[in-house]
Design a protein around this ligand. Structure first.
Ligand SMILES: *Cc1c(COP(=O)(O)O)cnc(C)c1O
Length: 428
């Protein structure tokens, strides 16, 4: 959310929470995640078998994945650990879509073992998959439309003709033909073009493109498609002047295209899948941090106890994240600050030249829209330790769903015990 009024917690609640779980931490709202998921499913309730396969990479915490699983969601995985995470929350079979690229053999084997829908990124992956895991019952291919589609500036996926993913249109015909000759009877078609796109047209155009392709491929090869997967990428409003995507309108528009291109052509029923990550958790997570330093040089700086290892979108994409100084929502925003973390990189800033209320040391700052691609992108560069993750349950209680990393974790992958360290230092 991009407005102070959308916070799902108050200052005193966070002050209480901090006594038990020190800052910085991420906090998610179970209620927000559930309500949003239900809204998405309602908007597509006309489509039998509609499913959102949550892109696990956006928020790979099993407690969060469990909530989405309860709301009829599947998971979109792209690596072995993500497959194992999904298995641990009890997801198997066609509730898992495995969309990977440059895939190691063992990952196909695990996906096949779980009965996941395997979505191949390239035509050369057919013999590779056959050798490593055999030919599955159901197969999907990822389409890259190349020059046929352009995406807006700043799309992190890049324009299709420059992106590494998927098969060309020509290759698709060959690929489905090969699979048909190998006895496969269940088919799906996938693409993922948009990223953080707030326009409905980006998704209706994708739906129309895939429906046309389904008609063309099934006509030419005599195969029947069971589903199309429109990919993820539905955007969320990060900036105060941005509006959320009208999900109901999106559902209605895709329904019209479906009736025209699929139903009338006798190609139904065709299930519609999506694999949104950001839309499902982004607005329902905040990074909570405290002001620990102020600095007055050529600019005014507020140093907080979180850093870009907790949320690197501002640092790497220059992304805007709204900030609320808790308890000062109504105060005049008349102080211009850079809000910084402690990394030895000058792009470790959560905000640049941002007008905010006067900040005092100890003030608590909530960084909005950190629920997707936030904690998940954390790292240990510069000896930074990843923060904890908390969940505000539907009953209002707040609990920890992942502890913060410790120095011990930092050394956990090294065969360099403390005792050895001591003996070495005593030698020198
Ligand atoms: C990252 C990714 C998604 C999710 O993207 P969001 O912007 O979080 O919705 C979905 N599908 C694939 C293949 C991805 O790589």
């Amino acid at each position: 959310m991009n407005d102070d009024s959308d916070l799902f917690f108050g200052l005193s609640e966070i002050q209480e929470t901090i006594k038990k779980y020190p800052t910085p931490f991420h906090i998610y709202s179970e209620k927000g995640i559930r309500e949003n998921a239900r809204r998405l499913y309602r908007a597509f309730s006309w489509s039998r078998g509609f499913k959102n396969y949550f892109a696990v990479k956006a928020c790979p915490n099993p407690y969060i994945v469990e909530i989405l699983r309860d709301e009829s969601g599947g998971v979109d995985c792209s690596s072995l650990p993500e497959l194992v995470l999904s298995e641990r929350v009890g997801l198997r079979g066609n509730d898992i879509m495995f969309t990977s690229n440059d895939t190691p053999a063992g990952e196909f084997a695990k996906a096949a073992e779980l009965g996941a829908i395997i979505n191949l990124d390239d035509i050369t992956h057919i013999p590779f998959l056959e050798k490593e895991a055999g030919i599955p019952d159901v197969i999907c291919f990822r389409y890259n439309p190349g020059q046929l589609r352009r995406t807006k500036e700043g799309n992190v996926i890049g324009t299709p003709s420059q992106s590494k993913y998927g098969l060309t249109k020509r290759q698709l015909f060959d690929a489905y033909g090969i699979m048909k000759s190998k006895g496969v009877k269940r088919f799906g078609l996938h693409t993922m073009i948009a990223s953080n796109d707030l326009s409905i047209s980006a998704f209706t155009e994708t739906a129309a493109m895939l429906f046309d392709l389904v008609a063309e491929i099934s006509g030419r090869l005599g195969i029947r498609f069971e589903f199309v997967n429109l990919g993820g990428g539905l955007g969320i409003p990060y900036r105060p002047n941005e509006k959320p995507v009208d999900i109901e309108e999106l559902g209605r528009e895709i329904k019209l295209i479906y009736e025209e291109k699929i139903e009338k052509a006798g190609l139904g029923p065709l299930k519609i899948f999506m694999e949104n990550g950001r839309l499902m958790t982004g607005p329902y997570g905040y990074l909570i941090t405290r002001a620990i330093h102020e600095k007055h040089i050529y600019k005014e700086y507020i140093g907080v106890d979180a850093s870009m290892s907790d949320l690197m979108r501002p640092g790497i994409y220059g992304a805007y994240h709204h900030l609320t100084v808790l308890g000062k929502e109504g105060a005049k925003h008349d102080h211009k600050y850079d809000i910084t973390g402690s990394l030895c990189e000058n792009n470790d800033k959560f905000a640049i030249d941002r007008l905010l209320p006067e900040i005092k040391i100890g003030d608590i700052i909530a960084i909005h829209n950190a629920g997707a691609h936030g904690h998940a992108m954390g790292f240990n560069y510069n000896g930074k330790l990843r923060s904890a993750e908390l969940l505000k349950r539907a009953d209002g209680s707040i609990g920890m769903i992942r502890r913060a990393e410790t120095v011990k974790d930092y050394f956990a992958t090294l065969d360099f015990p403390e005792s050895k360290f001591k003996s070495l230092s005593s030698v020198s």
